[in-house]
Design a protein around this ligand. Structure first.
Ligand code: IPD
Ligand code: CA
Length: 304
């Protein structure tokens, strides 16, 4: 069962009062099907949208929170596709999505689908093969099931609460995910990311300069959802970032936890503006990393 610490809120152990194992399995199958369908659409649309003239590229990309925070026409299409599929297959459920909005609601028994239609939109625009579709089923602020599909790599990561985490490659082979057994902070490969606002980035830059001498190295992949899956798959030892939105971690956080990671998460529904810290760490270095973050001031939020 995933371990917890005092700041962790989403990956408590499986609780039949919240969902039975059969229900978790059903939600996981649905999350996988939704994320795969949207990923197929994103994969097909990229050459149509970006392999053409620069004028078409300009039309396909708009800005959101800052001029460097993009949304493409394909982000919007991917989320609309997932919403349409859900409204047919699960009309009683609601959706919180990066592009279309929504809330987690107040009903603890309601299922809310938390959707990032393309995580790693900047990579998607530039053709860097690290972008994903992320779909999670949450209830009462807790992820019950989730899927993250690495669009370019054709890998489906998924997990169910209390049911473990797996990755299925383009060849159809499925493997069980486990974090690394790293035990020292000096040997920790640490993934991170930066927000879109200049002030937060300046602070994040100062903090990563403080962290860097203590770890093996850092990686900035450009998709928080994939970073969390990489923690699960043992391809990095830990991930941290300030100011993620719930849709960035709702599926990937569960996948990491079910692969053995320790998580630090803000309450579900917390928005990027408040700048709270998310951490997923292999169990052998989690305490050391959290202590280091406490000492260096990384544990404090970086509000906008
Ligand atoms: C972003 C990515 C990135 C992270 C940013 C996120 P988006 O999501 O996950 O790695 O550093 O904070 O906003 O904008 O590509 O969906
Ligand atoms: Ca995102």
């Amino acid at each position: 069962m995933p371990e917890t610490n005092s700041r962790m809120t989403v990956t408590a152990s499986a609780d039949p009062a919240v969902a039975t194992p059969a229900e978790v399995a059903d939600l996981r199958r649905a999350a996988v099907a939704l994320a795969r369908t949207a990923a197929d659409h994103v994969r097909a649309r990229r050459p149509e949208v970006f392999a053409t003239a620069t004028g078409a590229q300009r039309d396909a990309v708009q800005s959101k929170s800052t001029p460097t925070d993009p949304v493409t026409i394909v982000d919007t299409e991917s989320e609309e596709l997932i919403r349409a599929l859900l409204s047919r297959s699960r009309p009683a459920d609601s959706v919180l999505g990066e592009e279309g909005g929504g809330t987690l609601g107040a009903d603890p028994d309601a299922t809310v689908w938390v959707v990032d239609p393309i995580d790693g939109t900047v990579n998607f625009m530039y053709g860097i093969p690290a972008y994903a579709v992320s779909v999670a089923a949450m209830r009462d602020g807790r992820s019950l099931a989730g899927a993250v599909v690495d669009v370019a790599g054709g890998v489906t990561y998924s997990a169910g609460l209390g049911a473990g985490a797996t990755a299925t490659g383009p060849d159809g082979v499925t493997v069980t995910l486990r974090c690394t057994d790293v035990r020292s902070i000096e040997m920790t490969l640490l993934a991170t990311g930066f927000g879109y606002g200049a002030a937060r980035r300046a602070r994040q830059g100062r903090l990563i300069a403080e962290v860097l001498p203590h770890v093996r190295d850092i990686r900035r992949i450009g998709s928080a959802a994939l970073d969390l899956c990489m923690v699960a798959a043992g391809r990095v030892d830990a991930h941290y970032e300030h100011g993620l939105n719930t849709w960035d971690w709702a599926a990937g956080g569960l996948i990491a936890a079910e692969a053995g990671a320790r998580l630090v998460l803000p309450p579900a529904g917390t928005v990027a503006r408040t700048g709270e810290l998310v951490v997923a760490a292999a169990p052998g270095i989690a305490d050391q990393l959290i202590d280091l973050f406490d000492r260096l001031g990384v544990s404090d939020p970086i509000p906008d």
